[in-house]
Design a protein around this ligand. Sequence first.
Ligand SMILES: [Fe+2]
Length: 139
Amino acid sequence: MEDREPLAWKAEYALGVPEVDRQHQELFRIINRLRQTPAGAPAEHAAKRAIEGLVHYARYHFSTEEAFMLDIGYPDADLQAHNGQHQEFVRKVEDLGRIEHEGRPVAEAVAEFVYQWFTQHIPVFDRGYVEAYRRRKDA
Ligand SMILES: [Fe+2]
């Protein structure tokens, strides 16, 4: 696969929680590395390893967010809904890593999904707990 423009982190993704922002940026770096994984038979193995690495880091990141939500007393129903999103993400990435993609490199398919997922999840779900945190701090 030829070199591609990296997917850019945008200021609008920043939530103002330094550790979470740092981890989200690392996830972007992982997505970009995944997009550079070459296609073809021997590379499929490298792609699987890269996807495992992504899942490992995503689990670590989700546990940081979940600890944060518990810490700020985020309402249980919201926390459960958010955790459900995280679990679904891991399930989906693991499934995508296993199936064939009609000749499309698996790394590319996973990177595309992960990018779409995070750019939709951050402004809605992550922004939600950050706003609850700010309200609590200002109260
Ligand atoms: Fe999240």
